[in-house]
Design a binder for this molecule. Structure first.
Ligand code: KIV
Length: 288
């Protein structure tokens, strides 16, 4: 009987991502913030994971990403790395960890690489190009992030769609080119109209990922909590929800409460056993 040939799964590398771009094979990317989720996502076959500083909101309950510290971000990232065998893991540099000086940016980015990340991402266009250039010269695999950049939300006037005017679209193209010239291997474009994304995509050669920027991209990113229905504060227009974890968990928690209150739980199958011999020593008669 002929053995079915199984394709051996390998860790996703930058080379593999570039190959996918060349072949036009969409790259799948999700955010991830903890060990069990990383294990499930990795086993499902996701290509990339982003341990986003959005974890400040989705996991830690802050109203924005700004309070996220480097230590908190590294803690989430280590948990995800422990649960990941194959996916390409991108560490996300939190607010004010790369703005102070090139040296500080390199040192902080190095922390993510030291714990095992495959690359790091930071927000901003032309404004951070010289920082990125210094980081790339130091040997760091840097990914850019333009469009809606949540760390600048206060300066952008909130979480708003970007690149809606011709001028704004042109400015984003300039940002994308500045990032490419600074040496990024890829960039994420967030919350812009598809036409603006097409304009950006055509202007650069590096891997271009979309988060709410339409289909013209080398792949798609979504915040995992949005697509599984596990974040109540808001759900962006560009998210397709695949399950409602809030509803599933609500049902489970209510059932547990009911079972304990009604003494339906625990049952004998949930209890440990003691031998008859030991029970005899305690004078407990369990019969024959
Ligand atoms: O922190 C994050 O998850 C991000 C996304 C918003 C892209 O940077």
């Amino acid at each position: 009987m002929a053995e079915e040939k199984k394709k051996k799964r390998r860790k996703v590398s930058l080379g593999k991502l570039r190959g996918m771009k060349r072949r036009g094979e969409p790259i799948t990317w999700l955010t991830c913030y903890d060990f069990p989720m990383a294990q499930i996502m990795d086993a499902a076959g996701i290509d990339m994971m982003l341990v986003g500083d959005s974890g400040a909101m989705t996991v830690l309950g802050h109203p924005t990403t700004l309070p996220q510290s480097l230590d908190a971000q590294l803690m989430l990232t280590k948990a995800v790395l422990r649960g990941t065998q194959y996916a390409f893991v991108v560490g996300d540099m939190p607010y004010m960890t790369y703005e102070m000086s090139h040296e500080k940016a390199i040192e902080n980015a190095g922390e993510f690489m030291r714990i095992g990340c495959d690359a790091i991402k930071l927000e901003g266009g032309a404004r951070v190009a010289d920082t990125i250039e210094a980081m790339v010269k130091a040997g760091l695999p840097v990914m850019g992030h333009i469009g809606l950049t949540p760390q600048s939300a206060p300066a952008l006037g909130g979480y708003r769609v970007q690149g809606k005017s011709a001028d704004a679209a042109k400015k984003l193209v300039e940002d994308a080119i500045a990032l490419q010239e600074a040496g990024v291997w890829g960039m994420l474009v967030e919350a812009v109209p598809p036409e603006t994304m097409e304009f950006i995509y055509d202007a650069v050669d590096v891997i271009c990922m979309s988060l709410g920027a339409g289909p013209t991209a080398d792949g798609q990113l979504v915040i995992v909590h949005d697509m599984i229905g596990y974040f109540a504060a808001f759900r962006p227009k560009f998210v397709r929800q695949y399950c409602d974890l809030t509803e599933i968990l609500d049902k489970a928690f209510k059932q547990y409460i009911e079972d304990v209150k009604s003494k339906d739980f625990p049952q004998p199958e949930h209890c440990y056993e003691m031998s008859k011999e030991e029970l005899d020593k305690l004078g407990i008669d369990v019969g024959d």
